[in-house]
Structure formats: C-alpha cells, structure tokens
Write a protein that binds this ligand. Structure first.
Ligand code: C2E
Ligand code: MG
Ligand code: MG
Length: 581
C-alpha cells in the first residue's frame, strides 16, 4: 500500500462494522496484499483476508492484539526504536521484516506502515501492508552467478563460454582479428578421481583452474566446460605461433606436480587448438575441430598440443572404420575361422629361470587394417562395449588351448588372462569362468586373471565382491600395470590378490633413473611385506634381470626371455624348457 492509500479518509476505516458494505471494505478485505489497521494504542482493529492467510491467524484471534504477535522476534529493539522514530517524524516507514506464522514458520516480507492522523493532528490509526519481497537480491545475484559459472572452480561455465566466444567472434569479424580456441583435457584425471575419490579430484580441478588462469592474460577467457575439460580462448592473436607459445606454457605449468591431501599427483594436459577463421567461423565448428585435435593429442602420447588440420577428420573416419571392422570380426568369430588369435609370453621364475606360466595376449589380424596393436583395438572395444563378447571369447579360447597344451604333454603351466573393467562389472564373469574351466576339464589353478590397477579401484565394492568370489573358487588374481594408478598398497591389502605386476615403464629405466629404481625397490619390499608375489613386466636386458633379481623380484616377463608367441611356438618353447630342467 502506498502513501496514496494512507490518504483514505480516516472515517472510512476504523472498524470492520463501520466499513461493511462499502466498496472500500471489499477492496481492503479482498486485496491480495496483507493489510492490518491498528488504533492509536497500536492494537489491531482491522485485518484483511490476505493477512489471515499469510499469518495463519483468524480475524478474531488478531483483533485487539498488538501486531507484535506476527513478529518472528528476529529484529532487535534498536530496529523497532528506529522504526517508531521514523513513523513519528515522517508518518511513514518501510523496510523488510521477518514474520512468524501461527504455526511457527518464519517468512520475510516487505512492510510499509502509514500513520493516519485526526483533524487535530493526533494519531488516529496505523495502516500496515505486507508484500512479498520481489526477489531476494542476494539470491538473485547468486543464481545469476551460478548460471554462468562453475561453482567448483569459479570459472565461467559452458553457457558463459559459448556466449563469450560468439561475442569474441563477432568482434574478430569486425576488426579482422584471428582467434585461437584451445580445448584442454587432463590425461589421467579419471584415474585419480576413481582411485583417490572425488574429494581429491575436485581439489585437483581447482588447482588446475588456478594454474590455467595464471598462464593467460586477463582478457583471455578460461572456462570449464565439462568434468576435466577446460577451454582457453585467445581473442586477437597475431599468429598461430602465439597460440603455440601459450599451449606450451599451459603444458609445462599443468605438468608440474600437485600436492593434494598428502598425495603428489600429476595431471598432464592434452590440448587441441582450432583457429578462427581458418578452422571455422562459428563456435560449434571451432569447438568440434579443437575436440578432434585434442583427441589427436591424446593418441599422440598425451601431454602435448596439436593444431587442427583437415587430415584429422580422416583419422576419426579411420577409427570409425576400425570400429566397424572390429564389430564384424567379433560377430563372425568361429572356431575354424577367426581374425583373432592368442599369443603367449612366458613368465619366468627369477631364481631358477624356469617358465612357470604364460600370459595370453590377444592379437587381431584384419584384412583391411592388417595386424592391429591391442593398445589400439582394445580401447575401441572398451569404448563400444565390444570388449564383452571379445573378452568372453578370450576366456574360452584360452581354456581350449590349455587343454590342447596338456594333451601335448605340457602341464603345470598357469596361463594369465587379461580382464577388462567392463567384464568385471558383470556377475556372469563367474559363470563364464566356471563354465569354461568345466568344459575343458581344467582346474582353477590352471588360469590366473589379470586386472589393471585402475580397474581394481573402480567401483571398489562391486569389484571386491566379484574378486572375492573368484578367489574363493581358487583362482589366482594379479594386479596388472601396477604403479600407473594411484592405489595404495594399504587399499590393495583388502583385495584377494596374490600377485602384483610391476609396470613396464618402471622397469625400462631401472638402471638409469634413480626414481624408477627406488619405486621398484619399495614396491617389491612392500608387496612382499603384504605377502604378495612380484612380477616385473618388460624385462628386455640381462642388466634389468640382474637388477630385479637383486631386489628379490619373484617372477620376470619380457622380451629378454621371449616375445609373445603363437600357440605352437609356445608349446615348443615350453617343451624345450621342460626338457632342460
Ligand atoms: P599387458 O597386459 O600389460 O601386456 C604386456 C604387454 O607388454 C604386451 O603388449 C606385451 O607384448 C608387451 N611386452 C612384453 N614384454 C615386453 C618387453 O620386454 N618390452 C616391451 N616394450 N613390451 C613388452 P601387447 O600384447 O601389445 O598388449 C598390450 C596390452 O593390451 C596388454 O598389456 C593388455 O593390457 C591389453 N591386452 C592384450 N590382450 C588382452 C586381452 O585379451 N584382454 C584385455 N582386456 N586386454 C588385453
Ligand atoms: Mg597383462
Ligand atoms: Mg601390464
């Protein structure tokens, strides 16, 4: 109610009986705004329906009361003193107050009070009206902020990025500037998040955001547009070289270690760069091309940057073609004719030099693509879900060949099978393994299952239950590529595993890199203290063998002993070794 309302004739208002029937009474009573009128003693003489609804009190409960009955008690005596002073001086007061409903709920309202004076100037009545606060300004500001910012890093979000990029492109067009868009993806963020938890992952992202901001000028845009995806927009660059310099700076800044909650972490970036106008002149095209370039950076070994070239689309096309070939090859698997085969690489006992086991490694020979590395096709199979049927085939085929091996007189060799994360998520892995063992009349100790460290840490509860059931069947479980994830040995202690396979990357530089040597030594010692058997992968030289033997590593695997071989060669190799012993 405004001052104009306060000018209503005093005779018309005081009590509801005097007003009954009048238009003014109906207007008062049915107004959407809650109103009340008090007498000169500030006791309520009239309330409208909206006020009853707002407060939860009936008219009868309010008449004769002090309006204090509506108060939440949040405001201080000073607040009321100032209110009365203003009313005394100006006949009007407005402000925000917290009221309390009859049943206890507090609610904020904007309150306006007008003083109605008698002809002699004395106070006749007070008229108060309560309206809803339009929007709490703080909340509105916060909502507007959140709509355009990522709450975790405080960087602009995808929405803000898209609108700012569109705006920058318009000014580039006007002024004839070039612009660079960089898409930055952290190389092993998922691994860190899965193994150390979201809390650590979040802190890492916050650190990355700070470092990214430090790498660019205030006028450049840095935004977070997805989980571990950031973009940097350099509006107005003189040449692509500027973008290359900034990308190198980002690479080296982000690659430095991060210290988070007692962990030393690394999160190198893969950066894809597209340029306006040569790679596109709208946000969608530029982002798509930067994305293609970023995937190229990933497949070029991560921790690098790549400029988009039209040729990259051919590479994406090739990947799609490979996926199709893979799908068809899997659909066509039959015992007689398959593009897939298994090779085997011996695992040798360090002390005796005896081959006690072999690892089954999948090979794909495709008419169109030739021999494709598993590093390449396994990741495609994993991304597309094809790993499920392919992995099932590997288990059946391995068991079939173990039976063949036994028939040819080679016994007591344990064959390790690689299992991917998706296979572990399915309970049918247990049925499958049980079925294949039974079908070829094998024992659980004839096989071993290898799961990578990051797989073991993914969804630990689910994994743990399946691993426990496999272990209960008597199957040896090994952690593959150990040292590449971020699991602690303390956590691994809870898994029913028997063996750790030390990743090849540590073995490679074992003699030259003191860090790698120290990691190997510590892992072997700690692994042993937890009762685990240690297997070193990628042993290529006699020096590496001797070094690892010295550290007490139990088993060795690598080109030094043998490359992975087809089945017949494996049988011949093992027979020859057995004959020597
Ligand atoms: P992995 O399980 O760690 O297997 C060891 C890899 O290291 C094999 O590569 C092997 O050929 C290679 N290697 C062994 N000794 C040496 C050495 O002395 N020097 C060097 N430079 N390399 C050595 P491969 O066969 O290319 O397989 C690569 C990866 O593909 C495997 O790594 C495994 O993760 C995956 N993979 C292979 N077969 C299967 C499978 O049947 N199922 C699943 N899920 N993954 C598989
Ligand atoms: Mg393996
Ligand atoms: Mg490995």
């Amino acid at each position: 109610m405004s001052r104009a309302t306060a000018a209503v004739s005093p005779q018309a208002l005081p009590d509801k009986d005097a007003l009954s029937g009048s238009i003014l009474l109906r207007a008062f009573d049915q107004s959407n705004e809650a109103m009340l009128v008090t007498d000169c003693e500030n006791l309520i003489v009239a309330v409208n329906l909206a006020l009853c609804r707002m407060s939860g009190y009936s008219r009868d409960e309010l008449i004769g009361q002090n309006p204090r009955i509506l108060s939440s008690g949040r405001a201080s005596p000073e607040f009321y003193a100032a209110m009365w002073q203003t009313l005394g001086n100006q006949d009007f007061w407005e402000g925000e107050i917290w009221n309390k409903q009859k049943h206890g709920a507090n609610y904020p309202r904007s309150l306006k009070i007008s003083v109605l004076r008698e002809a002699d100037g004395s106070i006749g009545n007070y008229v108060a009206n309560y309206s809803e606060i339009d929007a709490n300004h703080e909340v509105a500001d916060r909502l507007a902020y959140l709509a355009y910012h990522d709450p975790l890093t405080n960087l602009p979000n995808r929405l803000a990025f898209e609108s700012q990029l569109a705006q920058s492109l318009r000014s580039c067009e006007r002024e004839g500037y070039q612009l660079a868009l960089m898409l930055i993806d952290l190389d092993n963020f998922k691994n860190i998040n899965d193994t150390l938890g979201h809390h650590v992952g979040d802190q890492l992202l916050q650190n990355v955001a700070l470092r990214l901001r430090e790498c660019v000028r205030a006028s450049d845009l840095v935004a977070r547009i997805g989980g571990d995806e950031f973009v940097v927009v350099l509006p107005d660059i003189e040449s692509p070289l500027t973008a290359a310099r900034v990308a190198s700076k980002i690479q080296s800044n982000l690659a430095d270690s991060y210290r988070i909650a007692d962990h030393i972490l690394y999160a190198t970036p893969s950066i894809g760069i597209s340029l306006y106008p040569i790679d596109g002149n709208d946000p969608v095209t530029l982002l798509r091309n930067a994305d293609t370039a970023m995937y190229h950076a990933k497949s070029a070994g991560r921790n690098n940057h790549q400029f988009y070239t039209a040729r990259m689309n051919e590479a994406a096309g090739e990947r799609l073609a490979m996926e199709n070939e893979l799908r068809q090859a899997i659909a066509a698997i039959s015992p007689a004719n398959s593009e897939f085969s298994l090779h085997f690489q011996p695992q040798v006992e360090t002390v005796s030099g005896r081959a006690l086991g072999v690892e089954a490694l999948l090979r794909w020979n495709n008419p169109k693509f030739g021999a494709v590395s598993p590093m390449r096709f396994i990741s495609i199979a994993e991304e597309t879900g094809l790993i499920q049927p392919l992995g099932d085939w590997v288990i059946w085929e391995t068991c079939r060949l173990i039976r063949m091996m036994k028939l040819q007189g080679v016994d007591g060799i344990r064959v390790a099978i690689n299992i991917s994360a998706q296979q572990l998520r399915h309970e049918n892995l247990l049925l499958l393994v049980r079925g294949a063992l039974a079908c070829y009349d094998l024992l659980p100790e004839d096989i071993e299952l290898e799961i990578t460290e990051s797989t073991a840490m993914e969804n630990p509860e689910m994994t743990l239950s399946i691993l426990d059931q496999l272990a209960a069947m008597g199957i040896v479980l090994a952690i593959d590529d150990f040292g590449t994830g971020y699991s602690s040995l303390a956590y691994l202690k809870h898994l029913p595993i028997k063996r750790l396979k030390l990743d090849r990357s540590f073995v490679t530089d074992i003699e030259t890199d003191v860090n790698d040597a120290a990691i190997c030594a510590a892992t072997i010692a700690l692994g042993h203290s937890l009762g685990l058997e240690l297997v070193a992968e990628g042993v290529e030289t006699d020096e590496q063998r001797a070094f690892l033997a010295n550290l007490g590593c139990d088993m060795l695997q690598g080109y030094f002993f043998s490359r992975p071989m087809p089945f017949e060669d494996t049988v011949a190799y093992l027979k020859a070794r057995l004959a020597e012993q």
